[in-house]
Write a protein that binds this ligand. Structure first.
Ligand code: AMP
Ligand code: MN
Ligand code: MN
Length: 318
């Protein structure tokens, strides 16, 4: 790395941190752990996290209650961090980034081409929290910080299962659990546990899924009416795409939910036969080789038709 985290922040009075819209575990934990670390190392600086309202399952993490989801007017920040995405995906926090005196982007998405300011983008790493782990002074690690980094890592690696897990990921995880937090409970409560409603809606999405391309693809869609019926938020749909990907024979799982009239958020999970980031990038989204996402316009059938052209080409070549 060409620059040093604390050197870049040492004169800053006000530091802002944000991450992507619809923040996932890695994003929430990357923001909170960076905030904890900077507050500990630079006690005179004011450090603030801005994120769309994160899921309640992360409430135990230190600093969760102080997350600002209002995005009000702020004086320009001396340093502004963008975590787990590029500056084009931070929603209402974009104005803080634009006005900041120094901009820092830390991410692991292969589709992130970097932004103005300092970048630390390492696509082969499983989670942004792993990058943070490597940047911080190990002497400053404590139980709260270790717990946040660990939760971020488990969420993006599927509890050390996905192919983005490396020996170094496991070593970081091993060091982190030595801080003595209750990791089995955290895994259960933040990753596996679902509410009754979430289970209902997942069951319905699985039941209504459709296979195509000889069963190598599966798609399911939850429309607005269904979300309203269950009183479900987008967070409540987490995990459905992974469950579709678990179906035997499936190389590409597609899950979509409606975000507006003729507009859908699309999630892709793939085997090594399909590069999900490439497919999602074509539709203006991005992500990783095995997990990516985008927003698409059109009817459900338009979206599936457009996606399948790209998926089929890749499946034929594999
Ligand atoms: P999701 O399907 O939303 O869980 O996203 C899978 C992966 O792709 C995550 O790492 C996301 O951060 C990333 N991703 C999802 N949507 C987009 C997008 N529109 N642009 C860039 N990356 C995305
Ligand atoms: Mn993320
Ligand atoms: Mn991530």
């Amino acid at each position: 790395m060409e620059w040093n985290l604390l050197d870049e922040c040492k004169d800053a009075k006000r530091i802002g941190i944000s991450g992507h819209i619809r923040p996932d575990g890695d994003c929430v934990c990357a923001c909170l752990s960076m905030c904890m670390y900077l507050r500990k190392c630079l006690p005179k600086a004011q450090v603030k996290v801005f994120l769309e309202k994160p899921a309640d399952i992360f409430r135990e993490l230190k600093g969760f209650d102080e997350i600002d989801s209002e995005f009000g007017d702020e004086e320009p920040f001396d340093v502004f961090f963008v975590m787990d995405c590029g500056a084009d995906r931070i929603g209402d926090a974009e104005k803080y980034f634009r006005d900041a005196k120094k901009k820092i982007n830390i991410d692991h998405h292969v589709t992130n081409k970097g932004c103005e300011g300092l970048n630390h983008i390492v696509p082969d790493v499983g989670a942004t929290c792993e990058l943070i782990y490597d940047m911080i002074d190990p002497g400053m690690l404590d139980r709260d910080l270790a717990m946040a980094l660990y939760v971020g890592i488990i969420h993006d690696t599927g509890i050390f299962q996905y192919s983005n897990t490396t020996p170094a990921t496991m070593e970081r995880g091993a060091k982190l659990i030595s801080y003595g937090f209750d990791f089995p409970r955290l895994i259960q409560e933040t990753f596996y546990q679902k509410s009754y409603i979430q289970s209902n809606i997942m069951g319905r999405a699985l039941l209504e899924s459709i296979r195509f391309m000889d069963g190598r693809c599966v798609v399911s869609c939850v429309d607005r009416k269904t979300m309203q019926f269950y009183d479900a938020e987008p967070d409540d749909l987490d995990g459905i795409v992974n469950q579709l990907r678990n179906i035997r024979g499936v190389d590409c799982a597609i899950f979509m939910y409606q975000t507006g009239v003729l507009e859908y958020k699309v999630s892709l999970r793939t085997s090594e036969s399909v590069d999900a980031a490439e497919v999602a990038s074509f539709f203006g989204g991005g992500g990783h080789a095995r997990a990516a996402g985008c927003t698409m316009r059109g009817t459900f059938h338009d979206c599936v038709n457009n996606l399948s052209l790209h998926i089929e080409k890749q499946l034929r070549n594999s």
